[in-house]
Design a protein around this ligand. Structure first.
Ligand code: G6P
Ligand code: MG
Length: 210
């Protein structure tokens, strides 16, 4: 194995919680029931696909124009929450584990469906740490399609089977499997039977490669 491709939200940082809060704000505005189970299904999934998950519980249908306004509302709320993000929001555990993997010679990349990836990596002060960053602005299909990880592997000049993919999303593990990567599930995805490895905390990655 030569590289790690990391999902961002819920793996490198806790921005998964900010996505949840922003969708909750929209659901409350619209009077649509929304809970953690729905929030977990939104992990790894594009903004518009998340909206469709939320609208499963709506009691009337929405026009395309209304849907666009709702997605924009959620994103504005989310970006406002991101404003408070600083380098302190990168945990010491993630920081030291990434550094240790790099020191061991592993190449590292980001593969995220989020269009806000560059803002987050810059706010955390780690944009330059990665050999490749592929995000929601660069793909046509979001997870569970493997496109985001295949693009990252291509930028690393490595075949998928030489790359680990680290994911908190069931859709992300499915994407990794579909692309021929070795998958590692953390958080919500650590309970997913299809993950090749399941870890409880980020630094457990070091146990996999030792
Ligand atoms: C990540 C998150 C998803 C989010 C998606 C798009 O994959 O896990 O919950 O919907 O990115 O994020 P964006 O910031 O572009 O709306
Ligand atoms: Mg995630």
């Amino acid at each position: 194995m030569k590289a790690f491709i990391f999902d961002l939200d819920g793996v490198i940082c806790s921005t998964d919680e900010l996505h949840y809060l922003a969708w909750k704000a929209l659901a409350d505005r619209e009077g649509i029931p929304f809970d953690r189970v729905m929030g977990n299904r939104m992990r790894g999934v594009s903004r518009m696909a998340c909206l469709e998950i939320m609208l499963e519980k709506a009691n009337h249908s929405y026009t395309e124009e209304e849907k666009k306004e709702m997605a924009d509302f959620k994103n504005s709320h989310y970006v406002a929450l991101l404003d408070k993000l600083t380098e302190k929001d990168l945990s010491e555990e993630v920081r030291s584990t990434l550094q240790a993997l790099r020191k061991m010679g592993y190449r590292i990349a980001i593969g995220s469906s989020s269009k806000n990836t560059p803002i987050i990596l810059r706010k955390l002060g780690i944009y330059d740490w990665f050999d490749a960053v592929v995000d929601g602005n660069m793909i046509t299909h979001s997870k569970p399609h493997p496109e985001v990880f295949l693009k990252a592997a291509k930028l690393l000049c490595l075949p998928p089977e030489e790359c680990f993919v680290v994911e908190d999303a069931v859709a992300g593990i499915d994407a990794a499997k579909a692309g021929g990567f070795v998958s590692i599930g953390i958080s919500d995805a650590s309970r997913y039977e299809k993950a090749d490895y399941k870890i409880h905390t980020f630094s457990d990655l070091l146990n996999i490669v030792k």
